[in-house]
Design a protein around this ligand. Structure first.
Ligand code: PLP
Length: 360
């Protein structure tokens, strides 16, 4: 067996330690005589796993008491509808910053349920930067203000949060959650699909301030109402039981590695290594400049499509997987989430140097 360096944007690499524990516990979890996958979600044994997962997530992210943590399904894409169905309940208005495809999808879906405004966009330059925000353009009585905190496809991130005053800030954190500390009190709602930095696909985590629960639109499907899940401890129906268990292992790994402060240092180190090389390279060029650069997703190009394709193919043959850029951008993208070890980035940079020497 040989595990290669996987630069996939998601589903993505998980820590090897986590996979080993999961493998050891695959046939029998502790002394329960069964795999976690086979457990009733109503059992005492499973409830213990579930409660522990929530407790460690609260500890690692310092989630205050007045926020509920929900373990749902449907991906971040379901949240594009669930957020407006539940939150567009006073003025029926919401503001959006259009920083990429995911932000745009959140905006288009919300428009079906209320009056939505794009306060800024970076589409003019293929979303290669975070647009400057002007507070005077914000809707003062908006029910929420939505951002996509890290733009997985384009490799940008917000380093400064918009000042929305009393308007709840809603953030899609699918590709940056758990990568560094965040001040949860600055948000009304945080959501993330698990498959980038938390665990396997199939689990969606929502962290929501309690006062935002309970005012969903009348026609909201029961399963799309946050109150349904909040009132039932995320067990109104069967939650994604195995995904939650893997998240528990990932959180234990993060805790043992020093928590989110340590993740931030680890992630900054990897990103700096890659960006420093790209900035000094004669062949490769980063597509994002300055402070908007993502720590998680690093897109780059050679400027020549054939050479890009050659690079992706040669990289694959050397054991660097999934470096092809998103189909809408082309070029390459290295996703370097928490589980990507420093050596993975070191070796990738070494390989890029070799490729440059023979192809520049
Ligand atoms: C991957 C991703 C999504 C889509 O997630 P699904 O779980 O596939 O619905 C949405 N937003 C961001 C920022 C993402 O990275």
């Amino acid at each position: 067996m040989s595990r290669l360096y996987n630069f996939s944007a998601g589903p993505a690499m998980l820590p090897e330690e986590v996979l080993k524990i999961a493998a050891d516990e695959m046939l029998e979890y502790k002394t329960t005589g069964q795999s976690v996958m086979e457990m009733s979600h109503r059992s005492k044994e499973y409830q213990a796993i579930f409660d522990e997962t929530e407790a460690i997530l609260r500890e690692v992210m310092s989630i205050p008491e007045n926020y509920k943590v929900l373990f749902l399904q449907g991906g971040a894409s379901s949240q594009f509808a669930m957020v407006p169905l539940n939150l567009l309940n006073k003025s029926g208005k919401a503001d959006f910053v259009i920083t990429g495809q995911w932000a745009k999808k959140a905006y288009s879906e919300a428009k079906r349920y209320g009056e939505c405004k794009a306060v800024a966009s970076s589409e003019d330059k293929t979303f290669s930067y975070i647009p400057k925000l002007d507070k005077s353009t914000f809707t003062p009585d908006a029910d929420y203000f939505h951002i996509c905190q890290n733009n997985t496809i384009y490799g940008t991130r917000f380093t400064e949060l918009p000042d929305t005053g009393n308007v709840p800030l809603v953030a899609d954190m699918s590709s940056c959650i758990l990568s560094e500390p965040v001040d949860v009190t600055k948000y009304g709602l945080i959501y993330a699909g698990a498959q980038k930095n938390m665990g396997p696909a199939g689990l969606t985590v929502v962290i929501i301030r309690e006062d935002l629960i309970g005012n969903a639109k009348d026609f909201t499907p029961t399963m799309f109402n946050y109150k349904t899940h909040a009132d039932n401890g995320s067990m109104f129906n069967t939650p994604p039981t195995y995904g939650i268990y893997i998240l528990k292992l990932v959180l234990e790994w993060i805790k043992a590695s020093g928590g989110l402060e340590a993740m931030k240092i680890h992630n900054e180190k990897k990103a700096a290594m890659l960006y420093d090389f790209l900035d000094s390279s004669k062949l490769f060029k980063a597509t994002v400049q300055g402070k908007d650069r993502s720590l998680m997703n690093v897109p780059f190009v050679t400027g020549n499509e054939e050479l890009d394709a050659k690079f992706v193919a040669e990289a694959k043959s050397k054991g660097f997987l999934n470096l092809k850029g998103h189909r809408s951008v082309g070029g390459m993208r290295a996703s370097i989430y928490n589980a990507m070890p420093i050596e993975g980035v070191e070796k990738l940079v070494e390989f890029m140097k070799e490729f440059e020497a023979t192809n520049a």
